[in-house]
Design a protein around this ligand. Structure first.
Ligand code: UGA
Length: 445
């Protein structure tokens, strides 16, 4: 099918490239010339495993990028909106959705054939039907359901494994105002015949996305609350506590052959230094604001956010337990990205932690395999020394704060134990056993 994707950010570009991989003809649209040029030259503007290879494979064959929205819509049957929906001051900022809906409407005015417009950006329930649809009708002077269809198709990609997640989805949610829209949207997912598909209305599709992310964020904050309590009371380790909880067969079922399944959701039920990224913090806050506007107190999700905001401070309390006066102390930060497999630092726990350490006049050495350039943009200071290896960053420091679960950090205890006087290790991701070093602290111990 001929598909246009508006917005070549994370969701848009990954979707566009993957739709090309499954055989569709894809036009990606963005108003940023530099990005469009890069894509047309086979270069990915973002870091994501496997993306560059797929982009190179399809560009100028069944994948193109353009700044010309009109041409893209007139030459395709279905348009996916994948523009950003940042969290504004106290609510979701829909300005880009609004702008693009108007522009698409204007093009549809001159398109004689039926077209389907699908929202893929994460938007609060009601946005597709109550904002996008009316704008499309207003600017096209046409009728939704008759001249064009309007759908909602949330994405469930994780940064770092977005291509695999897209190519092997766990579910496909197909929202639409009518059967015709849903069927057209279903058509682009025909290559995924094995995947569970849920056909529903647009508002439910929007709510499924927020509910999924809010559940995962809740599991993390729940585990952190338990971990913090274990730390406070002593003689308990959250890792062991959670191990006991995970063994509930309703969480990790036992098969008939007595083998136990360990579902990956378990990894969200572990204490750590907090969640971050471009999705969980923004989506939970957007749902809280949506709920509060509707008159609900949103008590549980408000606590999920509060616990998460406090979590980086737990790392710092462990540090000040050993070094009450941080002035002049040499600290290594291992891991800047909000999680492994990405250079994304949005809402990373590393940000408040480093800001605090800078305010206390510590000497910071930082190392992350891919996120250092991002960090340089955020901190813009000469007070952080960026290093090229674990060894370089941890040499001659008083303490090491491990903030991201990068696989290459697995060698850390071995490296630190070789020093004459190994530094204190504060393990924000509980990667290592408690006895791995003479001085070890971890969240939840
Ligand atoms: C999240 C969801 O997992 C995706 O399903 C969703 O599509 C995406 O948001 C989105 O809305 O676009 P993402 O933010 O890329 O994906 O990352 P996750 O891997 O879920 O990590 C989010 C947070 O959970 C991170 O802070 C990470 O440290 C934490 N996490 C992640 C865990 O605590 N345990 C894990 O096993 C994985």
């Amino acid at each position: 099918m001929k598909i246009s994707v508006v917005g070549t950010g994370y969701v848009g570009l990954v979707s566009g490239v993957c739709f090309a991989e499954v055989g569709h003809d894809v036009i990606c649209v963005d108003n940023d010339y530099t990005k469009v040029n890069k894509i047309n030259n086979g270069e990915s503007p973002i870091y994501e495993e496997g993306l560059s290879e797929l982009l190179k494979k399809h560009i100028n064959i069944n994948l193109r990028a353009t700044t010309d929205l009109s041409k893209a819509i007139l030459n395709t049957e279905l348009t996916i909106i994948a523009v950003g929906t940042p969290f504004g001051k106290d609510t979701i900022d829909l300005q880009y959705i609004e702008k693009v809906s108007k522009e698409i409407g204007q093009v549809l005015k001159n398109k004689p054939s039926y077209h389907v417009v699908v929202v893929k950006s994460t938007v609060v329930p009601g946005t597709t039907d109550e904002l996008v649809l009316p704008l499309l009708e207003k600017y096209s002077c046409k009728k939704a359901g008759k001249d064009f269809g309007v759908g909602m198709n949330p994405e469930f990609l994780r940064e770092g494994s977005a291509i695999t997640d897209f190519m092997s989805p766990d579910r496909i949610v197909i929202g639409g105002i009518d059967k015709k829209t849903q069927n057209k949207l279903n058509d682009i997912y025909k290559p995924f015949s094995e995947t569970d598909k849920l056909k529903t209305n647009n508002k439910t599709a929007e709510m499924i996305k927020y509910t999924s992310n809010s559940l995962l964020a809740t599991l993390i904050s729940f585990s952190n609350e338990i971990g913090n309590l274990c730390s406070l009371q002593g003689d308990m380790d959250a890792i062991e506590v959670m191990k006991g909880v995970h063994l509930d067969k309703r969480i990790s079922p036992i098969l008939k052959n007595n083998q136990r399944i360990s579902p990956s959701i378990i990894s969200y039920l572990e204490a750590g230094c907090g969640f971050g990224g471009s999705c969980f913090p923004k989506d939970v806050r957007a749902l809280i604001s949506y709920g509060k506007n509707a008159g609900d107190k949103m008590q549980l999700l408000s606590s999920v956010v509060d616990i998460n905001n406090d979590q980086p401070m737990k790392m710092l309390s462990l540090l000040t337990k050993h070094f009450p006066n941080l002035d002049g102390k040499r600290i290594a930060i291992l891991g800047l990205a909000f999680k492994p497999g990405t250079d994304d630092m949005r809402e990373s726990p590393a940000i408040p932690i480093i800001k605090y350490l800078l305010s206390k006049n510590t000497k910071i050495k930082a190392y992350d395999p891919v996120a250092q350039d991002e960090a340089k943009k955020i901190f813009n200071t000469t007070k952080i020394t960026y290093c090229e290896s674990i060894r370089e960053s941890t040499r001659d420091v008083d303490a090491v704060l491990l903030l991201t679960r990068w696989q290459e950090f697995e060698t850390l205890p071995k490296i630190l134990n070789k020093y004459i006087n190994p530094p204190l290790l504060i393990d924000g991701r509980r990667m290592f056993p408690k006895n791995c070093l003479p001085r070890y602290e971890g969240i939840g111990i």
